[in-house]
Design a protein around this ligand. Structure first.
Ligand code: NAP
Length: 283
């Protein structure tokens, strides 16, 4: 059994981004990422800080817009509009979830598709569906990168994704399909879940329930990718997979923390670099 080291793979992705950023700077281009955080959700705060740190590491300019929870939809949309028009900002990200009363979809649709480094805008989602895209959503693309780094082929494999969110589950299934996986998507209405997951060569858990995937749900030799970021009964960060009991059945498994999470941020850096290049007419 091999524990996939997301920190290591993400470090090498960021190193590559940093090198390319250095070369871009010589041409007078500094990639810029704007991160909008509305309200004071502690988990969002941590994610935003990590994104800021990654920007510093790779040499991007990053700007954080911390807005109070009482921000109105109009105020938020006018900030997005201002950032869409700023040439020094190449990528715009609005940290989700937004406080109650704000319309997430409207905010996503307001972000220019050219600066949509999360790849949540419906124009970018549609482009991913047909396989002609500039940006891929950070978490699923990070997972594909991690599989590649460990020479894990998807071609012809039975891939099972638990979860069908627009952010993780659905695009994950699509990227696995692009790599010729035979993909099953499971969700809360799925019957006989264990029977399906046990047959998976590659199992991706994006459920949001601590230690949801138990040993009896996993087949011998499976590759298990844990997207979950939950707190266990002691408040400790844990994934959607019952790691200690599942790991010995796997050929590969990602830990939480140190698995998918760092890859998500590394992919965000890749997307922002690409946005800067596209906007400069380089790519
Ligand atoms: P989400 O929007 O809440 O979606 C959860 C999915 O799990 C839904 O499709 C839901 O089915 C399904 N589900 C819930 N209970 C189930 C059950 N008993 N059996 C089968 N399926 C079930 O969550 P998300 O945004 O995709 O995120 C999932 C997890 O990943 C969370 O822990 C989140 O914090 C984490 N996450 C991590 C990263 C990272 O970078 N590591 C990035 C994003 C998210 P229905 O559709 O039928 O309700």
């Amino acid at each position: 059994m091999t524990i996939i080291d997301g920190k290591k793979v993400s470090a090498s992705v960021k190193e590559q981004v940093a090198e390319e950023t250095k070369a871009l700077k010589e041409k007078g281009i500094v990639p810029g990422l704007a991160v909008i955080l509305v309200g004071d959700d502690p988990a969002s705060r941590v994610y935003v800080n990590n994104k800021k740190k990654a920007c510093e590491l790779v040499g991007f300019k990053s700007e954080e817009f911390k807005l109070p929870a009482e921000t109105t939809q109009d105020e938020l949309l006018s900030l997005v509009d201002e950032l869409n028009n700023r040439p020094d900002i190449n990528g715009i990200l609005c940290q989700l979830p937004l406080p109650k009363g704000l319309d997430e979809n409207a905010v996503i649709e307001a972000i220019s598709p050219l600066k949509d480094v999360d790849a949540f805008h419906k124009q970018n989602v549609g482009r991913i569906m047909i396989g002609d895209y500039d940006f891929l959503p950070c978490t699923p693309a990070g997972i594909m990168e991690m599989l590649k780094a460990y020479d894990i082929s998807v071609d012809g494999k039975n891939c099972v994704v638990i979860g069908r969110s627009n952010i993780v589950g659905k695009p994950m299934a699509m990227l696995l399909l692009h790599q010729n996986g035979t993909v099953t998507i499971c969700h809360s209405h799925t019957k006989n879940l264990s029977k399906i997951t046990k047959n998976a060569d590659i199992l991706v858990a994006a459920v949001g329930v601590a230690k949801f995937v138990k040993a009896d749900m996993v087949g011998e030799g499976a590759v298990v990718i844990d997207v979950g970021m939950n707190r266990d009964e002691n408040g400790k960060l844990c994934g959607d997979v019952d790691f200690d009991n599942v790991k010995d059945k796997c050929s590969y498994i990602t830990p939480v923390p140190g698995g998918v999470g760092p890859m998500t941020i590394a992919t965000l850096m890749k997307n922002t670099l690409k946005a800067a290049k596209l906007q400069a007419g380089i790519e």
